[in-house]
Design a protein. Structure first.
Length: 362
């Protein structure tokens, strides 16, 4: 068998059959599909069982672990293919995807990690954007060094030997397992992207929805980056010392622990404000404001404006008029959305009071 498709399945039943059919009808037929059920409860397992009963290339497995990384590693351990193709249960493959990727890998034996461009589709399958990343190894690694992802994970085809040598995905990462893998692989293997949209990636909920996962992303990527920095410097990898991704007390190097604790505090502050909706104090507000300004390129303007608006409301609640004035101005300067323009041209009494009080004190 040349290609083993490793496809974790967790409650994606609504989209699963089209995803599996897009693999079934590939122009390159020499593959197996390892559908790794990750404790689904929505009938996804039945969809997998049905297709496995009529096409012996499809095999239903049950992950003994919980989570994406564990399911991926279990699938890799059961794979017989020379190449591991990634796919998720809510995405779609173009019919020629496998054929084009395996042709490229055979023609370029130095490349071990191969992605493709992708369409971004919404829940109804409508294309809402595209993912286009650097194509050659040098540019991909340069972008990684700038802290930017460079692959559409479900588009990847990877030489199985390289994955095994790297130890697979690290299960300590509840999210961003792929980003951690690219960082660990970049000093040992060569990368490429095919400049064709061979996958339709159904990214929902939108990463800009201010969910717990969204804020956690910033901490987890920082953990992965510090991990590879320490390895490159010949120091002990902090991730290898931790029982879970927040077990910072186990890290033996104080400076590394302090860097991670700062990033973790950013996560908890943002979660407190935007997910849990808890009251904030002045220190919380200041830390979140600094975080938003440091990462403002990660947000669209409407979301950034709304975030500053929420902080403004919290500053008004504790009568911190100095912070309220700064946040009011940031919201006005950063957000250009029609809704916020309308809001800011008619400040309510609390806004006027805060600004007037601040000017009087000055």
């Amino acid at each position: 068998m040349e290609i083993s498709v490793v496809l974790p399945v967790h409650n994606c039943g609504k989209y699963l059959l089209p995803a599996l059919q897009s693999i079934k009808y590939q122009s390159y037929p020499h593959f197996e599909v390892l559908m790794v059920n990750d404790h689904s409860s929505d009938g996804s397992e039945d969809v997998c069982a049905d297709i496995a009963s009529v096409d012996d290339r499809f095999k239903l497995l049950h992950s003994p672990h919980f989570g994406m990384a564990g399911a991926l590693n279990f699938g890799i351990s059961q794979a017989s293919g020379v190449y591991i193709a990634r796919m998720d249960g809510d995405d779609l493959c173009m019919p020629e995807r496998f054929e084009k990727q395996i042709d490229f890998l055979k023609e370029n034996p130095d490349i071990s990690f191969l992605g493709t461009f992708a369409d971004h589709i919404n829940e109804s399958g409508k294309t809402t954007g595209v993912f286009e990343y650097p194509e050659d190894d040098f540019e991909i690694k340069a972008q990684l060094d700038r802290g930017q992802n460079t692959f559409v994970h479900p588009s990847m085809m990877i030489r199985r030997k390289a994955l095994v040598n790297l130890g697979g995905y690290r299960e300590i990462f509840s999210i961003c397992q792929d980003y951690d893998l690219w960082l660990r692989a970049q000093d040992r293997y060569s990368f490429a992207n095919l400049p064709e949209r061979l996958v339709a990636y159904r990214g929902f909920p939108d990463k800009r929805d201010l969910t717990n996962r969204f804020w956690k992303y910033f901490y987890i990527t920082r953990l992965a980056e510090i991990s590879v920095q320490q390895r490159r410097a010949g120091h002990r990898d902090p991730v290898d010392q931790m029982a879970d991704e927040f077990d910072l007390e186990a890290v033996d190097e104080r400076l590394v622990r302090e860097r991670l604790m700062s990033a973790r505090q950013d996560y908890y502050c943002n979660k407190k404000a935007f997910v849990d909706g808890k009251p904030l104090n002045s220190m919380d507000i200041e830390q979140i404001k600094a975080f938003l300004l440091n990462h403002k390129e990660k947000f669209n303007k409407k979301d950034l404006g709304q975030a500053f608006g929420l902080l403004f409301d919290q500053a008004m609640r504790i009568q911190d008029s100095e912070s309220a004035e700064v946040l009011y101005k940031l919201q006005r300067e950063i957000s250009k959305s029609r809704h916020l323009k309308s809001l800011l041209t008619k400040p309510d009494k609390l806004v006027r009071y805060a600004l007037r009080k601040r000017m009087e004190e000055a």
